[in-house]
Design a protein around this ligand. Sequence first.
Ligand SMILES: [Mn+2]
Length: 322
Amino acid sequence: MNSVVLTHGDLDGITSGAIALLAFPGSDFYFTRPSQVHQDLYRVAKDRPTEVSVSDIAINSKKFDDILNAIDRFPESTTLYWIDHHPITPKQKRELARRVDLVHEVGPCAAELVYREFKDRLPEHALRLALYGAIGDYCDDTEFAKQQFDNYDKRALYLEAGLLVQALQEIDYRKESKDIVRQLALGIEPSSMNDIVTLALKATRIEHQVFRYVQSSARKLGPIGYILDMPINGYRGKSAKFAAYVTEANVGISARSTDDEVDMSLRRRQSRIDLNKALDTILPEMEGAQGGGHPAAAGASMYKDDFPKFLQRLAEYVDERS
Ligand SMILES: [Mn+2]
């Protein structure tokens, strides 16, 4: 068997995965996520691949030992690249670097890191994919990105990336996104993907509705603006941002509940608060709660009964630091 590409389902994941496909042509391709990457690695290890590229997958501290165990299942002959930009502890970084080819930097998006790692063997259009990833993850102000934007007309790049960002709101990433990855690897531009353009416009109209809904329904607790169980599915990151804005809060949350659990996206607004650190501090106080992400954008899940306490704790945490 040859190679395997594992990546995340958002735009940075999709573009970093497409670039990895260009670096390892003919690879098998799978979407994964922090909570399940260890299982996917276990499965992949059985096929003894030559190369494995994992991109844009945060290290979930609770699963770290499982991840290391899964990595240890690969034969000596496998080269495993782990390319990521989510915060990681120095200890985890050391442990991981001992086992894999680790490319880790906080600041650039994963697509930029994958591009820079394999640059010499990539076609020219891979660079545009790296820039779409940078736009998708708000990582478009790195030295690399700024320099490259200067080589194109960046407005057109933002339109192409924007079409993908919007369309992804309306796509089940496990199914249709695989086709997008293949097409992007082939060099097909988003504006030439008819279904993507149609979905992007639909998603943008829905986004305007989401904004109006959040404007009329968001609640506020101290420095936290939040929305619970919007009648529209998806749009979580966006509605979290809107919730912060319309309540003039420093942190916005968009949460969705099921029978006994609540799952949420968090965004910060005009604040330097590190949401990843905040979750690292608060979530261990609640049994069964998990989450993490970036300083400016994160996600979490917990038992529904713990949600009010979580809001209270996060409000205190933010107040103490601003
Ligand atoms: Mn990313």
